[in-house]
Ligand binder design. Sequence first.
Ligand code: M6R
Length: 365
Amino acid sequence: SKEGYDHFLIKEIYEQPRVLREVISIKHNNYVINLPLEGSLSLEELKNINKIYITACGTAFHAGEAGKYAIENLAKIPVISEIASEFRYKNMFVDDKSLVVFVSQSGETADTLAALRKAKAIGAKTLAITNVVGSSISREADKVVYCYAGPEISVASTKAYTTQVISLYFLAMDIALKLKEITQYQVKDIIQNMEKIPSQIEEILKHKDEFKKIANSIKDAKSIFYTGRSLDYITAKEGALKLKEISYIHTEAFPSGELKHGSIALIEEGTPVISVATQSSILEKTISNNQELLARGATVISIAEEKNKFIKDSSDVIIEIPDTIDLLTPLLAVIPEQLIAYYASVLLGNDVDKPRNLAKSVTVE
Ligand code: M6R
C-alpha cells in the first residue's frame, strides 16, 4: 500500500533513508565487509580474472557505471561498461577469464538476461546485483549480491538505484581489499561516511518545497539539459532519465566538457540546465562550463555540496546537498533529481507511478 502517500514513487523516495541504513548494516560487521559467499569472489577466483565488465539497462546501468568508477578507483582494475542490449550483440571480447557483473532490480529484464546467458555460454564468471530473490537473473548467475531495497512498485526506479550503488560499492571494496589495493582502515573510513548518508538524505528531503518550486519553474520547458563530469556525469544521466520518463519533457545529459562540441547550440534564453557539480578535483572546470552556459542565456541550477557555496556565483539557483566524500556524492545528488522529477510529473498531471509506454519490468526485447 501507499501508506498515506499520494504515489508509490514518493513513498519509495522517502523510504531511502531507512532502506539504505538497513542495506549498509547488512553488508558489514563492525566495518569488516560481510558479503555472503554466494556474492563475493575469493582471492583465487579474482586471480583467475583479467577483465571486468558491467552491463545493465536504464537506471540499473547508471548504478553499474558508478560501480565501474568504484572498482576502477578502489581496486585499480579497468572496467568495461556497456548497455545490455548492445553487449549482447557486440563482440565484447568476453572470455573465460572475464567477470561480468549484471545489475537489475527486477532480475527479469530481457536484454540483461540474454547478456547473462551469452556470457555464461562463453564461460565467463557471472555476478548479479539484483533486488528480487528468485528472479531469473539471480538464479542463473554464478554469484548473487542482493540489494535489499524491498518491493519497488513505481516504474521510475529510486530506492533500487541507491541500494544498487551501495551494493556495487561494497563489491568494489571487497575486491580492492582482497587485492590489497586498499586497507581495512580505508574501508572503515568509506563505510563511516556511508553511514552518514541516510540522515543526510533525510536533510535533503526536508527541502521538498524548494524542489517543488524548481519543478514548477521548469515543467513547461521544451528541453532540459543535465551536465556533469566523471561521477557527476553519471548522476546527470540518471537525473535526465528520471525526469523524462515521468514528466515527458525532453531531457538529455551531456558531459560538461562535451557541450561546446555541438550541444551548446541548443541553449536558448531560459533553457534550464541542471549542473551536477560535486567532484572536488574538477570543480573549477565545471564552473567555467556553467559560466559559458550562463553567457548563452541558460538558467543554471547547480547541485553542489554545502562546502562549495562559491558555486552560487556561476548558478542561477543552487541546490545544496550535505558534504560527503566524492565517491558517495551520487547517493545524495540523485535525491533532488528524484524529487524534481516527481513534482514535475505531479504538476503536469501525469500518471506518476505508471508513465505511458513503459513497464516496470521490461521482459521483451
Ligand atoms: O529491473 P531492471 O533494473 O533490470 O530494469 C532496468 C530498467 O528498465 C529500469 O531501470 C528503467 O530504466 C527505470 N524505469 C528507470 O527509472
